[in-house]
Design a protein around this ligand. Sequence first.
Ligand SMILES: Cc1cc2nc3c(=O)[nH]c(=O)nc-3n(C[C@H](O)[C@H](O)[C@H](O)COP(=O)(O)OP(=O)(O)OC[C@H]3O[C@@H](n4cnc5c(N)ncnc54)[C@H](O)[C@@H]3O)c2cc1C
Length: 390
Amino acid sequence: MTDYVPPPVDRRLPTEEARDLMALVRELAEREIRPAAAEEEEAGRFPRALFTLLSESGLLSLPYADEFGGGGQPYEVYLQVLEELAAARLTVGLGVSVHTLACHALAGYGTKEQRAEYLPAMLGGGLLGAYCLSEPAAGSDAASLTTRATRSGDTWTLEGTKAWITHGGVADFYTVLARTGGNGAHGITAFLVPGDAEGLRPAKPERKMGMKGSPTAQLHFDGVRVPDSRRIGDEGQGFSIALSALDSGRLGIAACAIGVAQAALDEALAYTAGRRQFGRPIVDFQGLRFMLADMATQVEAGRSLYLAAARLRDAGAPFSKEAAMAKLFCTDAAMRVTTDAVQLLGGYGYTVDFPVERFMREAKVLQIVEGTNQIQRMVIARHLAGPESH
Ligand SMILES: Cc1cc2nc3c(=O)[nH]c(=O)nc-3n(C[C@H](O)[C@H](O)[C@H](O)COP(=O)(O)OP(=O)(O)OC[C@H]3O[C@@H](n4cnc5c(N)ncnc54)[C@H](O)[C@@H]3O)c2cc1C
């Protein structure tokens, strides 16, 4: 592991406030996140205290309106913050993105009373959220989910199992999609479930290839009772709420992917400048220079693509297709760039003494979460050619 601190990315930020924010984030990342990342990931330790610090620093609320404690930042700025956090440690960047996703339903579809009651603590009160859509038998086909919510008077009772939940077992609140009506997308409703609800039982976290510090677990709902005041949106509106959250969430994944790719590129540049073979630094060899040039081009292209989608969102324009393109391109770019970084470090790249093997393992999951890259292609193709005919 080198103690090399990469130079700041040259960012075009829209305001003085955003420039100050980015300086704060970089300082926090270099002081509190990057130095411990390798060791903590290897040990599989979730940095819960760090998320409390991020909450207190206003970094768990950036894209939400300031009325209920949000940071009031455009997506263009929020995503670049995520990129910086993910470059320091993906568990942190992705964790902030998932928390933001978990707040989306209530912030966008909750009543004024619900927002006033719950949002301030969710956005800046030290709480951490999770988003529960996937199930053991409902992944890409999320509309086939079977977790059931049954109403009796003013109380709903939830039964079923959610799978792959980031922050499962450590979150303070869960945004849960459950079936309240018939089959298909129209029978689904969203609920805000407290982390300490009776009958909510997290399973042992999954043993993963990477991002070992980020707990991913099944959640069993054994008769979890939720008052109707915690139902978000209308009955049957849940799936469209979930999809709208995912459009924004996918931009978060794209930004995290570029953070990991940038970190891998920075390591590769530092290493190839210092390593000598055949009497000169290996960065002199054109074969490697061309690889570095391709890697940097992938990173810049990905950053431009997610920022273009973010600016559409900030302008109130449709951005679903562009978010899917950004997620697809940026995560594939991260996979390529991190794999090439391992190659550029030779045998050392394959050891845990350097972070590039971890970056490569981390990049892989980004091609899977929040809709696999096959699903992103389906979304893009539907925008281009309309729905499939069968
Ligand atoms: C570390 C991690 C964290 C996660 N965090 C969360 C979370 O916080 N909340 C949450 O709700 N979920 C979460 N997920 C779940 C994630 O979103 C799903 O894994 C993903 O949507 C894919 O579902 P699946 O794993 O069931 O794969 P499947 O849907 O079974 O897919 C298997 C393969 O088939 C392909 N495939 C499926 N259907 C099609 C099709 N129609 N056309 C072409 N190819 C297809 C897929 O692309 C994939 O390659 C997480 C997953 C991981 C690994």
